[in-house]
Write a protein that binds this ligand. Sequence first.
Ligand code: NAD
Length: 254
Amino acid sequence: MGILSGKRVLVTGVLTDASIAFHVARIAQQEGATVVLTGFGRLTLVERIARRLPEPPPVLELDVTDTGQLASLAERVSVHVDGLDGVVHSIGNAPQSALGGNFLHTPWEDVASAVHISTYSLKALAVAALPLMSRGGAIVGLDFDASVAWPGYDWMGVAKAGLESCARYLARDLGPKGIRVNLMAAGPLKTIAARSIPGFDGLAEPWGERAPLGWDVSDPEPAARGCVALLSDWFPATTGEIVHVDGGAHAIGA
Ligand SMILES: NC(=O)c1ccc[n+]([C@@H]2O[C@H](COP(=O)([O-])OP(=O)(O)OC[C@H]3O[C@@H](n4cnc5c(N)ncnc54)[C@H](O)[C@@H]3O)[C@@H](O)[C@H]2O)c1
């Protein structure tokens, strides 16, 4: 019996087997969940990666900026599972002009794209999945600590600050339906999304020295376990929360 035994979980954001979402899906299955994945764009690649999971799950197409795909999501998911106990939002993207020290010169269109994909999408995904959810359900999003300004993270940092706020408002509005909404703030991990951030290595390297528990940028397991714990019934009275899985770095001054 795992901590997600009998639960049905929708996991977005698998792109490679380094994706945090891949490891969330893997551990969720190991803990007894039935998993459905969504993929963006390169669907055949996502399907190939999905075959590396303990039980290859179905992969549905979802671009979180596509209102048609969002509107049909519940119906498409319900072909595979008769409801959802958990939804994982593991999605982020910003145009290059929004990252890497160009903060003062990023045009609104590029900021809007970052916020649409990385922030508003949490609300859009929650509403799309809501017809399949009931009391005891959990939504978990992936965050990077937005309480300070980071080198190079720029408008993605602003989008993450918005995501933190968005999660609190969702927690307010979905709480009466018995649905929890929480974020997991991971320390830096080497993924495709991380590679697109200029100066990521400079941000990631000192992390392990600052973190009381240390931090391995190549090990997504702690972050994935944190997500699975938040999906489980072991946080029954926690919502609107940000759980840091970063080796403790957030608690320590420079
Ligand atoms: N890697 C890190 O250091 C780190 C740290 C903390 C939080 N996070 C967050 O974790 C989440 C997952 O990122 P990752 O590091 O696993 O990288 P990743 O590149 O593997 O995942 C990012 C995902 O976002 C998806 N995506 C982009 N645009 C989309 C769209 N329009 N519709 C649907 N999906 C779209 C991509 O397909 C990809 O699967 C992101 O929210 C990221 O900000 C990452």
